[in-house]
Design a binder for this molecule. Structure first.
Ligand code: GLA
Length: 427
């Protein structure tokens, strides 16, 4: 009996040590990441305010706080590729480039922490990072320990220059080294991205067990609709990958890549569309922009509390594009509060039209798959088309959507009792 119990305990212990069990990312991570806006800029003489450096990271940290992002939940400050020296030291340890990170990584991490924020860093599963700096291969344990020593809170592990057939073993292995440090670090994986690229079968259940978030598709580019990685292309990709929706949930998320809002390629309306669809997808909200120069209208979008609340909904159910009609893409996400068996919903109508006039689009609540007989209270999260209005499943929703824009609605389920009260107060 005793022996049996010990055996069971041992198995439970093994199991816990085996999966990622850091208790982090219960809602999609929010913060700032250097890559999309600043890339691998290392020439600080030519680009003193844009090169990957201590200054850039401290400045982003300061601005997250002073511009009001931090208090809304944008708390991870993540350095992407190109922070390292080009080789390891004699003991195999990584060091940051000494000219660009003069005070060292621990000091930088302390600085980020001193402002109440969290510190993230980048590494790569292969021999080299995508930009050619030393990768994890052969150094997993020492790197995990170094990151813990620097008090890192988030590690993005890319997958360039590696064999994707080994990732089913290798990514969990690094996760175990992270666990072993005893320091909880969000673990962001590019494991399925590289397997997809090389037609390696993807085990999403394993990925969701071992990673807090994972990239599957192309790097986001600063464009609404041109080429692979444009915002539209990423939306369409995820719209057609309904098979991955089920793997998202508290602690593990699909990552369609950074927000490009605040940069050069999106209009105000397109920015609203990216924000809305990223909220429906329960996507990480990682800004990658010059926070000192975000136009007020765009800042307003990034700081829309009700949209952030949908992104961060505690149920953590990822939404989907349910249909496209008349070039209007309808995205629906179940959210809280749940009333009986009925969820509340976020609904985004994203227009791919280009015909000038805002397009008038009508759809019944039932046609969106919403069946709560007592109805819903509707609010328009970016515009003014609905303000606390009651609708029933048979009601017709009527919206006008700007070309390449969005109308983003919240439909809050009500109980029969609430519905009667609402109706009384209307009388
Ligand atoms: C890959 C990743 C990007 C970024 C770069 C860095 O392309 O997908 O997000 O990290 O590498 O080199």
């Amino acid at each position: 009996m005793k022996l049996h119990c010990l055996f069971v305990c041992f198995m439970v212990f093994l199991d816990q040590a085996n999966c990622l069990n850091n208790g982090l990312a219960l809602t999609p991570p929010m913060g700032w990441m250097s890559w999309q806006r600043y890339r691998c800029t290392t020439n600080c003489t030519l680009y003193p305010y844009e090169c990957i450096s201590e200054w850039l990271i401290r400045n982003a940290t300061d601005l997250l706080v002073s511009e009001g992002y931090a208090e809304l939940g944008y708390k991870y400050v993540i350095i992407d590729d190109c922070w390292m020296m080009t080789s390891r030291d004699d003991l195999g340890k990584l060091h940051p480039d000494p000219d660009r990170f003069t005070s060292g990584m621990h000091a930088l991490s302390n600085y980020v922490h001193s402002k109440g924020l969290k510190f993230g860093i980048y590494q790569d599963y292969g021999v080299k990072t995508c930009a050619g700096y030393p990768g994890l291969l052969g150094h997993m344990e020492i790197d995990a320990n170094t990151f813990a020593e620097w008090e890192v809170d988030y590690v993005k592990v890319d997958g360039c220059n590696s064999d994707p057939w080994t990732m089913d073993e290798g990514y969990p292995k690094f996760g175990r080294y992270l666990n072993k440090t005893g320091r909880p670090m969000v673990y962001s994986c590019s494991w399925p991205y590289y397997q997809r690229e090389q037609n390696v079968p993807i085990n999403f259940a394993a990925i969701a067990e071992h990673c807090n978030l994972w990239r599957l598709y192309e790097d986001v580019q600063d464009s609404w609709g041109v080429g692979a990685g444009s915002v539209r292309d990423i939306m369409d990709y995820y719209a057609n990958r309904k098979d991955v929706t089920q793997y998202a949930g508290p602690g593990h998320w699909n990552d369609p890549d950074m927000l490009i809002i605040g940069n050069f390629g999106l209009t105000v309306w397109q920015s609203e569309a990216q924000m809305a669809v990223w909220a429906v997808l329960a996507a990480p909200l990682l800004l990658s922009t010059d926070l000192a120069n975000v136009q007020p209208e765009l800042k307003h979008i990034l700081q829309n509390k009700r949209v952030i609340a949908i992104n961060q909904d505690p149920l953590g159910i990822q939404g989907e594009r349910i249909h496209t009609r008349e070039k209007i893409n309808t995205w629906v996400r179940p959210i809280s509060p749940k009333v009986g068996e009925h969820f509340s919903f976020a609904v985004a109508f994203v227009s791919y039209r280009a015909d000038g006039m805002p397009y008038r689009y009508n759809v019944t609540v039932l046609n969106l798959g919403l069946r709560n007989p007592a109805g819903y209270i509707v609010n328009d999260l970016f515009g003014t088309s609905y303000c606390d209005e009651m609708v029933k499943p048979t009601s017709l929703l009527q919206v006008r959507i700007n070309p390449s824009g969005v109308v983003f609605l919240e439909l809050k389920a009500v109980s029969q009792k609430q519905c009667e009260q609402e109706e009384e107060s209307k009388c």
